[in-house]
Design a protein around this ligand. Sequence first.
Ligand code: ZN
Length: 239
Amino acid sequence: MARLDPLLEVQSFDLQADRLGEQRAGLPERQALTACTAEIANNDRLQAGARERRDDLARREREVAGEVSTVAAGAKDVEGRLYSGEVTAPKELGTLQEELRLAREKQAGLEERELEIMEEVEAQEADLRRLAGLRSEADTQNEALRAAIGDAEKKIDAELEVLATQRETPLATLPPDFVETYTTLRGKPKLAGKAAVHLRAGLCEGCRVSLPRVDLSRMLAEPEEALIRCPHCTRLLVR
Ligand SMILES: [Zn+2]
């Protein structure tokens, strides 16, 4: 086994950890949860709107009910005078009769309006019940998604922990400057996590570029534990 093979071993654990990390971040339930959260926010907005309309209508209904009472009281008053026996002049009786007819007509109109408003209130109430039902479903789904994400994360984290332990053994055999360079290179996005690669037949297996003969002979002359890097992609080369 070459002196630096453990570096590739460490890297293979790290690459597995990368994949698990991607899996953890890209859990399909996360997208579903985002959609579900948006649905809940939208539902809240719709419920607030429906509640406001319902309250406005209820207020209007009370106003119309008040008007009905006023008009009914007026009509009763006119009726009282009409049948009191105190008014006997035909012309005056006619005026009172007309006044009563108009009041009753107005009352009927207002009562009809009141009924219409009550129906509108009921429609808003029904809409609120429907929205509350949807909200409750969304809450249940939200909870289930959170639980599923939690379970998946726990499972992945356990696997990550195993990998972290496994990498300790090969890591301990490596010179600190290698580990340091390796860690720095691992952080470079363009290397896609592959900081160390084999150098085989003069070819860097990271970028697939053949090293110039002069570089190659200089590298191969270096002691085995020397830190050599691809002049093209900067990766650590394992001979
Ligand atoms: Zn290279």
